[in-house]
Design a protein around this ligand. Sequence first.
Ligand code: CMP
Length: 140
Amino acid sequence: MKERTLAIIKPDAVKKNVIGEIIAMITKAGFSILAMRMTKLSVAQASAFYEVHKERPFYGELVDYMCSGKVVAIALEKENAIEDYRKLIGSTDPKEAAEGTVRKLYGESKSFNAVHGSDSAENGIREIGFFFAECEIVNI
Ligand code: CMP
């Protein structure tokens, strides 16, 4: 079944100038890009996006980091998108990520881990809706 996931190229990866490399990995893995935008999140936006983590000790650091520079949000679609994208990016901690994954190649730490991906099909839809209006999704 086709699923959707939200990818975010995070501030550390944007600062490293590897946006193109990461998008190439995503498209070579068979994902269709439905929408894409560069933006800089406000504290309010990042706090709302990661609200599910608000009780976690790293929440403040995560919000600060996600507001620290430009990010690229990308709505993706593919058969089995959630699992396949998570395999492509690797474990949350780049030190534990498999060779050849995005986080192994470009991540620094659990906090500065280069990319985000949705953790379920339901969250994929919700998170894409956070960044894109329905009329911005190009699904042809
Ligand atoms: P992401 O896929 O964006 O979803 C939640 C983020 O929280 C995750 O990537 C990490 O960047 C961050 N995160 C998860 N666990 C930790 C942790 N133990 N310490 C710091 N950041 C974390």
